[in-house]
Design a protein around this ligand. Sequence first.
Ligand SMILES: [Fe+2]
Length: 294
Amino acid sequence: MGFETKSNKRNKEHCQLTKGKHTNSNSFPNTTATISANSSLRTSRRRNRKMAMTPVQRLFETCKGVFSSGGPGIVPSPESIDKLRVILDDFKPGDVGLTPNMPYFSPTIGRRTPAITYLHLYECDQFSIGIFCLPPSGVLPLHNHPGMTVFSKLLFGTLHIKSYDWVADAPCVPAMTNSEGKQPDFRLAKLKVDSDFTAPCNTSILYPSDGGNLHCFTAVTQCAVLDVLGPPYSDPDGRHCMYYYDFPYTKFSVNGLSVPEEEEEGYAWLQEREKPEDLAVVGALYRGPPIVEK
Ligand SMILES: [Fe+2]
């Protein structure tokens, strides 16, 4: 019905006025209102993006900052180390889509040493992120991390970690030459860690010359270890992954070198070796929440 009441007319005028307000971009007060609305929209979008950022994306973004000015032998600042440590301390298996009942963690039938699966998440010149999946009794033999800072977070399981640091300026013991030629020398190292760790536990951090730069992982139960390396291994740049045997300190007696008897167990002689023949590390596709490079 086309009957126009006073009230309807008022409403119509109000509607037209409102419409005019929104379309009149030259009106100063209304521009302010628009800017203010846009700005709060942007803030809210930023907040939502931040809230929506997955833990693995947050880890990636933090690594970018922490290792941006890194390089071999360069340790990030204590503030940067803490930033990354806090994120990793909080990390859960579900954050990377892992559960202990996945096939990666099942004992390998027919193999004396269970195969270990490596899930590659990301690598650039500055850092790498990956996960080692170890079935029970899986072993990552004693190996080094030349010039690197390494964060290892046990996501689940019980893992035995044995680690060493080189003793600075310690003498080497020359090895015998056998039928295969000159063998690598024995070099003195100090034991840093020799313990079981059960998740949830804090992140282990090793540095180029301390913190247990050489380590061996033995899975007591099925385990997942998230590793962040800065910088990563690089054969062209001479950062090779080397493997070692360890021998008790008492294997050799060296003139001028003495350690109190009660501390002898805290030292060992390490000798470089070939990559163990029974070590099988198999790459698999990471299927957890993605890392998005912006
Ligand atoms: Fe390692």
